[in-house]
Design a protein around this ligand. Structure first.
Ligand code: MG
Ligand code: ZN
Length: 216
């Protein structure tokens, strides 16, 4: 399996984000930026999601990580176009890095591009990458206090996905507390509970995805 790797300098620019969005609009590609702490299950959710969308909605992934192609290898095993963007010391993806990543993909062949951002609840929140939708993942082992602690991450979310709900009982996780915190900072975001491991709740996520279109 061949994994494309892009290494570029960390630089942010709204103009670059708008160019990315125009490029994807022109190709009719829906772009979803996925943000979360490390270990929330972004890659695991994509491993569930992509086979459910393919072949009707062909997918590709841009994966951001400081080092390694581990996630890209997992996703490449699904047979879709995957490009790993190694950020080195950079703790988020920038729109310019995404622009470089887009050049490595055949956009005319896909409907849906997922950007798996670097696992980090802080600065990825402030960078528009040119996505159409922003999805923030939470997972039960992280604790139920994260929406209140990292509000910026959740303010612009279109969907908040709570992963690993199979552990809610084991860890005494308070889903209501999370929903309360979320309702104070973002009334627009859809809240979806699921387990990428067991598949529980996956249909709600897939229904939400099915309703999303570039631009609209
Ligand atoms: Mg990952
Ligand atoms: Zn950063």
């Amino acid at each position: 399996m061949k994994i494309n790797v892009v290494k570029s300098v960390l630089a942010a620019s709204d103009a670059s984000a708008e160019r990315n969005r125009s490029t994807m609009d022109a190709a009719g590609v829906l772009c979803i930026n996925m943000l979360s702490a490390p270990g929330s299950g972004k890659t695991a959710l994509l491993e569930r999601t992509i086979p459910a969308l393919e072949p009707e909605r062909p997918c590709a992934v841009l994966v951001g990580d400081l080092q390694t192609t581990r996630d890209a290898e997992r996703l490449g095993a699904l047979g879709v176009q995957v490009t790993q963007i190694n950020t080195g010391q950079g703790c988020h993806l920038s729109p310019k890095q995404v622009a470089e990543g887009l050049k490595t993909l055949q956009l005319d062949r896909i409907d849906c591009l997922f950007i798996e951002n670097v696992g980090n609840m802080v600065c990825p929140a402030v960078f528009d990458l040119g996505e159409h939708r922003r999805v923030v993942l939470l997972s039960v082992p992280e604790g139920d206090d994260k929406v209140g602690k990292y509000p910026v991450l959740f303010q612009k979310a279109d969907a908040v996905v709570l992963n690993k709900i199979d552990l809610v009982g084991v860890l005494d996780y308070d889903v209501g507390r999370v929903q309360d915190d979320l309702s104070r900072i973002n009334t627009r975001a859809v809240f979806i509970e699921l387990s990428a491991k067991t598949g529980q709740g996956l249909e709600g996520w897939l229904e939400w995805l099915a309703a999303q279109r570039p631009g609209g």
